[in-house]
Write a protein that binds this ligand. Structure first.
Ligand code: UDP
Length: 402
């Protein structure tokens, strides 16, 4: 039997084992883990190199056969995300030392986010192997989406250099492919679109009432938000919309994500209070990924009001559970939700429009069921195996076969 092709995945700040829904752990962490496991099912051996962010984590952790997470020390465990670029050279040395110690030769590098792209650029040269990068989000799009919130780091320049130097760039949507070309001058013929996916075994429909009982919820109509609490997520818009919703019934909003130490968590709690919503909004903090299906099943509708989403896993997870989504009309979400069919897409800056769609859905159970069924059908075509196959096809173009 031929030896397995070895993929070195670099994810400086996105550990697949991090607590999700907190400040900087979310979709990318889920993506990296699910993709690595999907690639292993296709016959690759995958090592995910990430920064040690918690001294209790084992240095090497096996996710499953041929799939390991390797924690490398590079800067203090609790270093702020803004400082991580400064620790990338030491991370790079850590990857090289680990590979040398274990006598490993990798066949391909797949890096995630600009910090890892920088590390991958240097490693690809040193090891003379192909480099595939997935940025997940791009500084230039993010800055344009949230006017005035530029990033005071060398991020854009690094993204430009990495896009120019990598052998392939994987994006989730055609919009990002165009943006890479227009904003970064990336050659379109090296950019490949491979959409993300959803774990269809974990996320599936379930009885609403039973889910509510399991979670100890009351019988009020339930709107759900799931995700990191970050200005880019537009939770303000959701709170302002909720203040306008009138259905004649009692409605509650569950906010899953964030934690009490976050400034944004406290700010949003304060805003809910200001808007007179203290009694109807429950800030639940972040929840284990495996606990989320019950929340989606318990909800009448899930809202994703982001200013920018490179893809939008939460929308897809909700749809896989048959729960209709009201999402902002931004490119990532537009590729997942079909307006009026599998959910609603509304102009992102407009609480009136969100409130309107919420009222329509909350007051019509048959419509919710119908949209929820269509949403589930869409999600069924988007399991992680499809993503892994798409990524493996990109590796194949570079001569690396599973
Ligand atoms: N998530 C979670 N627990 C939480 C909050 C979020 O497991 O408390 C997961 C959620 O299920 C989803 C991911 O974090 O898989 C968020 O991904 P998304 O693409 O929606 O947003 P991102 O974090 O990439 O901006």
């Amino acid at each position: 039997m031929l030896p397995l092709k070895r993929i070195a995945v670099i994810s400086v700040h996105g550990c697949p084992m991090a607590v999700l829904g907190t400040k900087s752990a979310g979709g990318m962490n889920v993506y990296i883990r699910a993709l690595a496991q999907g690639l292993c099912r296709l016959g690759f051996a995958v090592d995910i190199f990430t920064r040690c962010h918690d001294s209790d984590e084992p240095p090497v952790y096996s996710l499953e056969e041929h799939c390991r997470v390797i924690h490398l020390e590079a800067g203090p465990a609790d270093a702020a995300k803004e400082d991580l670029f400064g620790y990338c050279p030491s991370f790079l040395e850590g990857v090289k030392a680990f590979a040398a110690r274990e006598g490993l030769q990798y066949d391909l590098l797949h890096t995630h986010y600009w910090l890892s792209g920088w590390v991958g650029q240097a490693l690809a040269q040193e090891w003379d192997i192909p480099h595939v990068v997935t940025f997940h989000t791009l500084a230039e799009i993010k800055t344009r989406a949230l006017a005035g919130e530029g990033e005071a780091t060398p991020r854009s320049d690094t993204e430009r250099q990495v896009a120019a130097g990598a052998d392939r760039v994987i994006v989730s949507t055609a919009h990002e492919r165009s943006a890479l070309h227009e904003l970064y001058g990336a050659l379109e013929d090296k950019v490949r679109v491979v959409p993300g996916g959803v774990d269809l075994e974990l996320f599936h429909p379930g009885e609403t009432q039973a889910a509510r009982e399991r979670l100890g919820l009351n019988g009020h109509q339930t709107i759900l938000y799931v995700g990191r609490l970050d200005a880019i997520k537009g939770v303000d818009v959701l709170l302002h919309s909720l203040a306008q919703v009138e259905t004649g019934k009692q409605v509650q909003l569950l906010v899953v994500g964030g934690n009490e130490e976050d400034g944004e968590y406290q700010r949003l709690k304060g805003l809910a209070q200001e808007l007179g919503l203290a009694e109807v909004v429950a800030f639940l903090g972040s929840k284990e990924h495996e606990a989320l299906p019950a929340y989606y099943q318990a909800a009448d509708v899930c809202v994703v009001p982001s200013y920018y989403e490179s893809f939008g896993l939460v929308a897809l997870e909700s749809m896989a559970c048959g729960t209709p989504v009201v999402a902002s009309r931004v490119p990532g979400l537009q590729t997942i939700v079909r307006d009026n069919r599998s959910g609603y897409l509304v102009p992102w800056h407009c609480p009136d429009a969100f409130a309107d769609r919420l009222e329509v859905l909350l007051s019509n159970e048959a419509l919710r069921r119908c949209i929820g069924q269509e949403a589930r059908r869409t999600a069924m075509r988007m399991g992680w195996d499809g993503t892994a196959q798409g990524v493996a096809a990109v590796y194949r173009e570079l001569g690396v076969r599973g």
